[in-house]
Design a protein around this ligand. Sequence first.
Ligand code: AMP
Length: 323
Amino acid sequence: MPITVVGSIAYDTVKTPFGARERMLGGAAVHFALAASFFDDVRVVGPVGDDFGEEQLAVLRRRGVDVSDVERIEGGKTFFWQGEYGWDLNSRETLDTQLGVFEGFTPKLSEQSRSSEVLFLANIQPDLQRDVREQLPHARFVALDSMNLWIDIARDSLVRAIENVDCVILNDAELRQLTGKPNLVTAAREILSWTAAEQASTAQRRGPSVIVAKQGEYGAALVTRDGFFALPAYPLESVIDPTGAGDTFAGGLVGYIAAHPDETLSDGLLRRAMAHATVLASFNVEEFGTERVERLTGNEIVARIQELHAMTQFSGAPLALRG
Ligand code: AMP
């Protein structure tokens, strides 16, 4: 099923203990689209300024991503983000965020983008996420990502956005911050109980049924109404730049689900989607920005899935314990 994604399309300036890059291609929608393009058709919605190069769009086009809803705003500046990582690559400092063309942006989706059955609301102002959600009322699967900034300054709007999606993908710290619950499982359960007020008493009750907690180098956990699953991150000896890992993870997860339109959203499907998400994210962090994923191949993904599968298996035969 084709996927529509709305979110930041950005220039990123990043410094890690292993090097630095100035104004490289980034943005949540870009990282997501590149990863999801290994599984299905992807359409990107979002604005760029007239400082955005054709060669950046070509990176998406080369992976078959439809960029016809990427709107170039004349005289505008592309979203800019600057961040720095210390030795602990799990924590980073945001040094600058310039919304640029996202300020006052009204998404105008083409017929094509509105016809997608899968929608990913990548990290951006929750008002924009809601606007796009309303333009795809019949989407079969809708997932959302966000970040601490929006929980800080636009929590109410974010909660309303979450009430109208099927799947929420957040860092564990963001899940705690959003719910005020210190325990990850309790925090996830709280979000699973959120439903849009106007639907609460109707038969078409919607609201999130899948919560994914990203835990950086420790992996990710999945909480549904009746299940729990967790995977470690793929163990890498060299991590260069974690920027975009979360969005690449989401691209693997949502892309895998979109590519299996005939399956119900079962535990088995979600577990396989988590594995593909984990593997995609592992490639993203091996180099700066989109560098590694740009030249990734399907065979490399398959090989790493098999390794991750072997690493996470154990025999379930119970031991008769003393006492
Ligand atoms: P991740 O490392 O997965 O959290 O994603 C990092 C990407 O998100 C970078 O490429 C940034 O351009 C983008 N980003 C950072 N801050 C924001 C923000 N406030 N809104 C939207 N996108 C952002």
